[in-house]
Design a protein around this ligand. Structure first.
Ligand SMILES: [Zn+2]
Length: 106
């Protein structure tokens, strides 16, 4: 996978495209989506419950398709494509711009 949990990513579309890059909190491989901290927020209306005796409106991150995310390289701090390479029997992710490793592929 070219995007990992805890990567900093930029959104390529949607209302948050112009915002600063944010961190990937969760990846859902089967759906091909990711949750990005503080991005693509939507209001959820909760019914009355023990925790919220009057009901509540809470903001929650909605999944974003992985294709709409671009990894920010920690070395050159640019939004980049990710290339895969094999080094010492481990699949490595490398930045397509500065060619520095982005960490092992999981
Ligand atoms: Zn780079």
């Amino acid at each position: 996978m070219h995007i990992h949990k805890n990567d900093r990513v930029k959104l390529l579309g949607g209302v948050d495209a112009s915002k600063e890059p944010s961190r990937v909190v969760k990846i859902n491989l089967s759906e091909g989506t990711a949750i990005v901290q503080g991005r693509n927020m939507a209001w959820k209306h909760l019914k009355r419950s023990q925790d919220y005796p009057h009901g509540a409106r809470v903001q929650k991150e909605q999944p974003i398709p992985l294709a709409k995310l671009m990894v920010i390289c920690p070395n050159c701090s640019k939004a980049t494509r990710v290339k895969m390479t094999v080094q010492e029997n481990a699949k490595m992710r490398i930045c397509a711009k500065c060619k520095k490793p982005l960490g092992e592929d999981k």
